[in-house]
Write a protein that binds this ligand. Sequence first.
Ligand code: HPA
Ligand code: ZN
Length: 326
Amino acid sequence: MKDFIQKLPKAELHLHIEGTLEPKMMLELAKKNSINIPYKNIEDVKKAYDFTSLQSFLDIYYAGASVLITKEDFYDLTWAYLLKCKEQNILHVEIFFDPQTHTNRGIAFGDVVEGISEALNKADDKLGITSFLIMSFLRHLSEDEAIDTLKLSLPYKYFIKGVGLDSSELGNPPSKFKKVFQMAKNAGYRCVAHAGEEGDASYIKEALDILHVSRIDHGIRCEEDEELMKRLKKEQIPLTVCPLSNLKLKVVKTMKEHNIKRLLRYGLLVTVNSDDPAYFGGYLNENYEAIVDALKLSKEDVKTLAINSFKASFLSDSKKLFYLKK
Ligand code: HPA
Ligand code: ZN
């Protein structure tokens, strides 16, 4: 099965580029850029990755991202992830980045986008990997700050496919960002949002009804609302599920309790993704392996999940067909 997962052509739709910062690169960049981080070596860093909740992870994740300073740093970070994609037979990726994590430290929006995009273009050219970039608003900050970020992005619209919403979910419901999502839609961006990770099913409904998103990131608490389940099935609204993330952040107690198999059996368009692989102990294939082992998924299930990953992407119908044939 491991070999089957490895060889299967896959897309990844829920991946935060800052979450691919491996401890080794974090230490190297901290040294190069003279940034103080509270770790001396790789073991120190890994010891800190013992999370109790989404917030306990975010605190460490934002501190880690502080070592990213120059355009080249963002290029190197992205290129390292794309090489991993090649290794794992990931043919298409839709990558999140958090501009506010960087602009709030004085890094230029353009340096972040251009560094990431240069690596994405090279991957298209040299590795045959296609991609889209999605900028996420930090939901613990205000809507006005999100609007400022949206305005900053407009000169770079060519590089950016859509907008998303991430960071601390509880107490920051989608409705807080109604206006900026409307503005983003008017500007021609596709919309997605994290919802139903730690927040309850009402967050998913708000993301659909108020932000009009075309995909839900995580969304695993949808089972709490039967009407919502029927709607997700009928409209085939994709959920980008991240099993190892859910386990590491204690959204589920054990992988055996994960509901991804039930959601799949119910007929939802669920996909498998790695979220922040450098922090959660596995890239995409390891996420597939973890659910196959714990939930006894069949090859047919795995194939359906991989097919879903292309179906749920923002690729054109003809490109989807091209990949699905593979
Ligand atoms: N949830 C919310 N914010 C995030 C996540 C996540 O899974 N990963 C990176 N930022
Ligand atoms: Zn995420």
